[in-house]
Write a protein that binds this ligand. Structure first.
Ligand code: 13P
Length: 253
């Protein structure tokens, strides 16, 4: 039986002004979050302070979408773990495929950020995933296990257990093409097997997760929740997924 608590993480990407953040979170915080499920949102940096204020006593955690590996220094435009901790940020998404593709994030860089997050008491959510071409060529397992091994290289099993992984097939992100639950379950099983400690860590699925596919995905034994993009931007679609996670929490394996 698994003791892994479901986690639903909303990655807002570059959406929501401060005013929009306040509105969405005010609506979300009026709803009771189900027992047994962790829920968190990662707004843009500019809205973190407003989100922190709005989320007090609301049962939803606060995350960031990326961060610097450095505490301070000449890194124009970057945001450090110290600055995030000051804003009560508890979670940080690292190595998202959009960061890797558009901001040249490397496996080594992601690994350094994972260490920095842990050193500052934050939980890294490390994103891994294959492109459509890699998927076609049958390279999915090789790609994601390589990324996972690289991200957690040199960490103790104890440290790895504290982390979260998100398997996000790149071809499924924002496309409406969701992976088959059994297929995602199999890939995540390989990810867990690739790094000591990941068996105990939470691994999420991400990529067009919505209310109508979340239950089937989270019914799979290896899938502990979701990293949600588009569907995290409205209360109704996000809460449908949270409700699906509550079902999973109520039926532990
Ligand atoms: P979508 O849910 O919009 O496909 O995005 C997934 C994602 O990239 C979350 O990090």
């Amino acid at each position: 039986m698994s003791a892994r608590r479901p986690l639903i993480a909303g990655n807002w990407k570059m959406h929501k002004t401060i005013a929009e953040t306040r509105t969405l979170l005010a609506e979300l915080c009026e709803l009771a979050m189900p027992n047994g499920v962790d829920v968190m949102v990662a707004p843009p940096f500019t809205a973190l302070a407003a989100a922190r204020d709005r989320l007090r006593d609301c049962g939803i955690g606060l995350g960031a979408q990326t961060m610097s590996e450095h505490e301070h220094g000449p890194y124009t435009g970057d945001i450090s773990p110290v600055m995030l901790r000051e804003l009560s940020v508890r979670w940080v998404i690292l190595g998202h495929s959009e960061r890797r593709a558009y901001f040249n994030e490397t496996d080594d860089g992601v690994a350094r950020k994972v260490r920095a997050a842990l050193a500052h008491g934050m939980t890294p959510i490390v994103a891994v995933g294959e492109t459509a071409d890699e998927h076609q060529r049958g390279e999915t397992i090789a790609k994601v296990t390589f990324q996972a091994r690289a991200a957690f290289a040199g960490l103790t099993e104890e440290e790895v257990r504290k982390c979260v992984v998100a398997y996000e097939p790149i071809w499924a992100i924002g496309t409406g093409l969701v992976d088959e639950p059994a297929s995602a379950n199999g890939v995540i099983g390989e990810i867990r097997g690739a790094v000591e400690g990941l068996e105990y860590a939470r691994v999420l699925y991400g990529g067009s997760m919505k209310g109508d596919n979340a239950t089937a995905l989270m019914a799979e034994p290896n899938i502990d929740g979701g990293l949600i993009g588009g569907a995290s931007l409205s209360v109704q679609s996000f809460m449908e997924i949270v409700a699906a996670a509550a079902l999973r929490a109520a039926a532990p394996r």
